[in-house]
Design a protein around this ligand. Structure first.
Ligand code: SF4
Ligand code: SF4
Length: 169
């Protein structure tokens, strides 16, 4: 779970700038390369922007259980991190998404996560922004956190009271 840190909005950082890179990568690159072969830009664009990995989780009897509490740095509308370039300095237990994290057992990424899907032999779903060409499609398909009953982690201690069992986790 994320540590208590003071919230500071970084003035020059727009979380949605990442979507401007869509036009700069090879079409359907994820079908031509495996995860280890992707460039940094391609790797970053694979993230569908669902925000679900930024929910706090508990490990119970060897399985990861999600809560509906989210890291305080999550933008609940865009479902992107407000401090992405500096997230590891501000939130020491924020997890980097690398191959080891994707393959970790028990699985802690949601089952819709693009990295997990590709690494396990699945294609990207039609609502993925790289497939649809639109950042909004993940939200329209109700695969992101936008509009869900989620609360900020600020002040929460008893996370077991916030467990959720959503089908797409
Ligand atoms: S769960 Fe995966 S696809 Fe969704 S925001 Fe996290 S890294 Fe991106
Ligand atoms: S710091 Fe950003 S990326 Fe890390 S858990 Fe919080 S919102 Fe998610």
């Amino acid at each position: 779970m994320s540590q208590n840190t003071n919230y500071t909005l970084e003035p020059d950082y727009n979380p949605e700038d990442r979507f401007k890179q869509y036009a700069t990568v090879e079409p359907e690159f994820w079908k031509k390369k495996n995860l280890a072969e992707m460039s940094k830009t391609e790797w970053e664009l694979l993230c569908d922007g669902c925000g679900k990995c930024c929910l706090n989780k508990l490990e119970i009897k060897g399985k990861i259980k999600f809560t509906n509490t989210h890291c305080r740095f999550l933008d609940c509308h865009s479902c992107l991190c407000k401090i992405y370039p500096h997230r590891f300095q501000k939130v020491p237990d924020c997890r980097d998404i690398d191959l080891a994290a994707i393959r970790e057992k028990p699985r802690w990424l949601p089952k819709t996560c693009a990295y997990w899907l590709l690494d396990n032999g699945y294609d990207l779903p039609p609502w993925h922004p790289l497939v649809s060409g639109r950042a909004e499609s993940v939200h329209e398909a109700q695969m992101s956190l936008r509009g869900r009953n989620i609360v900020s982690e600020s002040g929460i201690q008893d996370y077991e009271n916030y467990l959720v069992d959503w089908e797409d986790l």
